[in-house]
Design a protein. Structure first.
Length: 264
């Protein structure tokens, strides 16, 4: 199979669910296509409807064999700003459990949503987040720098000071910015503080779609910003379909040709 990875100064990633199979099968399929795999853990172990068992050793072996980098998407059901201390503690325990379990893989980052707590007043939510993040720093130590807080449906400026104040990193999701009408250009000026980037197409209000050849303007813009910032992190194409991922990879190979390494 033709190797299509390690083409650019930055790494290209894909999520660990592009076919309906387990983590190991997806990583094996992606190993020749991308530089990094985002390991998805969308549900906490205590809330999982279906068990998703995995073994670290095979993932470690594939990373070594194919020079793969791993990122981790922490469960999206974690509520670190909840009014209940028990709920917050459960979320903190889940984060620390996954960080410890996956540490042999030396993940590049751990993406985390700071989800709003339903029906909770803004300042109380932020105070609860502050308390949880303080504890998380104490429990993770220097590993906190690998935790990248992702922008979701609300303006990132709401939590930005807390993220920076506690020393966490940032995960910049460009698809979310477009879907929720937030400022793309302003976000891209902050690339120096961004550890991980999520890139995916948005069409008719739906995200996580392919980057189509006829709609590649944002890919062109992103390439220019990445090059100017000398970005060397991971750009994960958050697309949950092998066919759509292939479309996107072909689009990027065309519009990012001038950034490809001379040896590629």
């Amino acid at each position: 199979m033709l190797r299509r990875n390690h083409l650019y100064p930055w790494k290209i990633g894909a999520p660990s669910y592009v076919i309906p199979a387990d983590l190991t099968a997806n990583v094996s399929l992606l190993a020749h296509r991308v530089d990094a795999v985002q390991l998805l853990f969308f549900e906490s172990s205590s809330n999982a409807v279906l068990a998703h068992p995995f073994e670290v050793k095979p993932l470690q072996e594939m990373a070594q064999a194919h020079d793969l980098t791993y990122a981790v998407h922490l469960p999206t059901d974690i509520l670190l700003g909840d009014s209940s201390a028990a709920v917050r503690l459960q979320g903190l325990d889940e984060i620390c459990r996954l960080v410890e379990t996956l540490s042999p893989l030396a993940p590049f980052c751990y993406d985390l949503h700071l989800n709003p707590a339903p029906h909770q007043e803004l300042n109380l939510w932020l105070d609860s987040l502050d308390s949880s993040l303080t504890i998380l720093v104490q429990r993770l130590g220097r590993t906190k720098e690998l935790v990248a807080i992702e922008n979701i449906d609300y303006p990132y400026a709401m939590v930005g000071p807390l993220v920076a104040g506690h020393g966490f990193s940032r995960c910049l999701d460009l698809g979310h910015l477009k879907r929720y009408g937030h400022d793309l250009d302003e976000a891209l000026t902050a690339l120096a503080s961004v550890r991980h980037i999520h890139f995916h197409g948005v069409r008719n209000g739906r995200d996580h779609g392919p980057i189509l050849p006829e709609a590649a303007e944002e890919a062109v813009l992103l390439g220019e910003w990445l090059w100017k910032a000398e970005y060397q992190g991971v750009v994960t194409l958050e697309i949950y379909s092998l066919e759509k991922l292939e479309i996107t990879l072909h689009t990027l190979e065309r519009v990012w040709r001038k950034y490809q390494r001379s040896s590629a």
